[in-house]
Design a protein around this ligand. Sequence first.
Ligand code: WQD
Length: 335
Amino acid sequence: MILITGGTGFIGSHTALLLLENGYEIVIVDNFVNSSREVLKRLERLIGASIPFVELDLRDEEALEQLFMTYNIDSVIHFAGLKAVGESVEKPLYYYENNIGSTLVLCKVMEKFGVMKLVFSSSATVYGAPELVPIVENTPLHSTNPYGRTKLMVEEILKDLYISNPNWSIALLRYFNPIGAHESGEIGENPNGTPNNLMPYITQVAIGKRKELYIFGNDYPTMDGTGVRDYIHVTDLAYGHVKALEKLNKSTGIDAYNLGTGKGYSVLEVVKTFEHVTGVSIPYKFVKRRPGDIAECYADPSKANKELKWEAKKTLEDMCQDSWRWQKKNPEGFC
Ligand code: WQD
């Protein structure tokens, strides 16, 4: 049975659905700090069955031990974590305590129950402002904000854990920019308040919830002056977790993998593609750069392609189409 922490979140819910569709048995834990109970109902409706679920905070060691006693867990996908860069700058202790504290308790309980297969939800943010693109996994790691540092620190903790006990099988999955939604439009990205990320902001402009898109800087050294990122469809990303699990079932060790498409798109390219695909115009205004943003960030995914036998298949058009379908069906998100 696979334990999915943070399984009602954006990437967690898409991965849970894909695992269920592929016949895996899962149990989800979540404390709903950044997600909605409605997601569970949507998932159960989509697969036509109830899904084992436990509401708990991962820092509650006793409750987590109780879960491991109740369910026969053989591997864990660890999504649970706070992920807003700006908030992490305002509340670093909250982020360190939550993201690192919960992982320490999880690993302790896993080791106690002899569960040694872990897929960790990391992020391209561990590369900071890379000198070279496309980015390979042995690029020097350096993060520029507390959120990114929690990801970096957890990666280091997991490397030390593996050195202390080589029976561990650990995959560190470094996501680039996940966007899009399941083709049903039943689950998708549901940010609280004003979206930090580009695509949810665009879709909220498209449904008329926001007046216009503010493009943070058009003076970057890129093809059109706006920021370039590696957008990856969330279902391609989910599939990367399934393939990582398959690898963990075959070998011990610890490895990092870039989960990206290997293709960078600028903000303006995303806007133009969204307009072309949906027929909805997105008014925008150039404003000053957002502090901490970098010009270009996109993956060299060849290590994941080769070792996980995985590659992203969906196009930017698919991502725009699926994001729009989700937002149209859920103008107020998971209300
Ligand atoms: C993409 C591009 C912005 C919003 C962040 C986190 C990272 C990861 C993914 C968790 C940039 C521009 C955005 C807007 C804009 N999260 N933009 N107007 O910053 O690449 O990565 O999300 O792991 O840790 O940092 O993604 O979607 O915020 O920005 O112009 O309203 O869109 O400047 O060029 P980012 P993003």
